[in-house]
Design a protein around this ligand. Structure first.
Ligand SMILES: Nc1ncnc2c1ncn2[C@@H]1O[C@H](COP(=O)(O)OP(=O)(O)O)[C@@H](O)[C@H]1O
Ligand SMILES: [Mg+2]
Length: 378
């Protein structure tokens, strides 16, 4: 978009007139708040082709002094270099915490006053939404807009390409009834994409941060992310392999865009850790037989060696680790939260650690992670 007009089709002049009238100001007052002459303001509000374009600095002053939130349609005009930062905390392995960590980071960004949205293809989220569930009112998660990936047009030819694919698949299958059943998800997605009012480009203008909680869509991630944090569970060698595969797939994906910055994000980072009880037990060796002591000691070092081996493999990945590492601190918070709750009320997609345990070490970890991700984009 240029300074000549706004993306949503409303002229800058129209937006200014509307903002002024909504606030019940006359031209003189508005001009004073913008620190310009009334003639200048009147020219800015005029739709007539004029050489006088409003000064973004003066308009920012006007909105600030009038206490009017800057209309979304004017944001880019006022700050043409601003755009949303797109981050994905992801992995090609399931169940490693993509969704909860993404929601937690989003809640931290909302806490910092950022406009933030998540685009997700998470199955649990979808089933909760279809059951009519959502975040609790006034929670930080309720300040995050969450979009289903099926409702966002990622690039203009998307629906057309999907329609072609469905036609090809239908054609190739002799039993049309089975084909329809098999393609049900694609057909549903196509309908939603065709009716969608959200495009990724629009969302990028609307938010300071967009978080992509999506899996397997390497093209989407490579074309759109500024930062990708690949989750690596430091207890699980499979997750290291999954991270390596993820990096290879991402590198292999053709794209004309600049490669996003990629980092590993270590979770369950309790290397060498063990329960306090076990330390005490080992310290108090008088009470245990030499065989049991030997067994415990071997277990301890075996486990340690295993974890050191995984850690070495993580460091051999061709991407640097984020400095912030997440521990298992969230487990305690979540277990505590879930205690005596039915399965339907327990920790879910719409909860954040910052909402349920703002003073926990787990919430502090998420805040540090968020701060590191914000710094990275600079
Ligand atoms: N830092 C973390 N905060 C919250 N949950 C986490 C964290 N690290 C790992 N998890 C784990 O993530 C699991 C849930 O993740 P899930 O929604 O299945 O992941 P994904 O979205 O990757 O499929 C939980 O078992 C939870 O313990
Ligand atoms: Mg998920």
């Amino acid at each position: 978009m240029t300074k000549e007009g706004c993306t949503m089709g409303h002229s800058v002049a129209g937006q200014l007139r509307k903002a002024r009238l909504d606030r019940k100001l006359n031209v003189n007052q508005a001009a004073k708040w913008a620190s310009v002459t009334w003639r200048a303001w009147r020219a800015w509000e005029s739709d007539a082709p004029s050489k006088r374009k409003p000064s973004p600095a003066a308009l920012r002053l006007f909105f600030l002094r009038a206490g009017i939130p800057i209309p979304n349609d004017l944001r880019e005009y006022l700050d043409p270099h601003r755009r949303s930062h797109v981050i994905s905390i992801t992995s090609s392995k399931g169940g490693v915490g993509k969704s909860p960590i993404t929601v937690n980071v989003a809640a931290c960004l909302a806490f910092k006053g950022m406009r933030v949205a998540i685009i997700t293809d998470d199955a649990v989220y979808r089933s909760m939404v279809s059951a009519g569930e959502g975040p609790e009112a006034n929670s930080l998660v309720s300040a995050v807009d969450i979009y289903d990936l099926r409702d966002v047009v990622i690039h203009p030819s998307e629906a057309k390409n999907l329609a072609k694919k469905i036609d090809r698949d239908l054609e190739a299958c002799p039993d049309k009834e089975i084909a329809h059943l098999y393609l049900r998800e694609d057909i549903d997605t196509l309908k939603r994409k065709q009716q969608s009012v959200h495009t990724l480009d629009n969302l990028k203008q609307k938010y300071d941060y967009l978080l992509l909680d999506v899996k397997y869509d390497f093209k989407l991630l490579k074309d759109n992310c500024d930062i990708i944090a690949v989750i690596v569970d430091s207890y699980c060698v499979l997750s290291v392999r999954a991270a390596r595969r993820f990096i290879d797939r991402l590198k292999g994906e053709p794209s004309r865009k600049k490669l996003p910055k990629i980092f590993s994000l270590l979770t369950r980072y309790d290397i060498g850790g063990q329960s306090r009880e076990l330390v005490e037990f080992l310290g108090d060796r008088k009470d245990i037989s030499p065989e049991v002591f030997e067994k415990l000691r071997n277990e301890r070092y075996q486990r340690y060696r295993y974890r050191e081996c995984i850690f070495r493999k993580i460091m051999e990945l061709p991407i640097p680790p984020l400095s912030v590492r997440l521990t298992s601190a969230h487990d305690v918070v979540i277990d505590n939260f879930n205690e005596e709750k039915s399965i339907w009320e327990g920790y879910c997609y719409f909860h954040s650690l910052l909402d349920i345990a703002p003073h926990s070490p787990a919430a502090a970890e998420c805040m540090s992670l968020t701060e590191e991700l914000i710094d990275m984009r600079l």
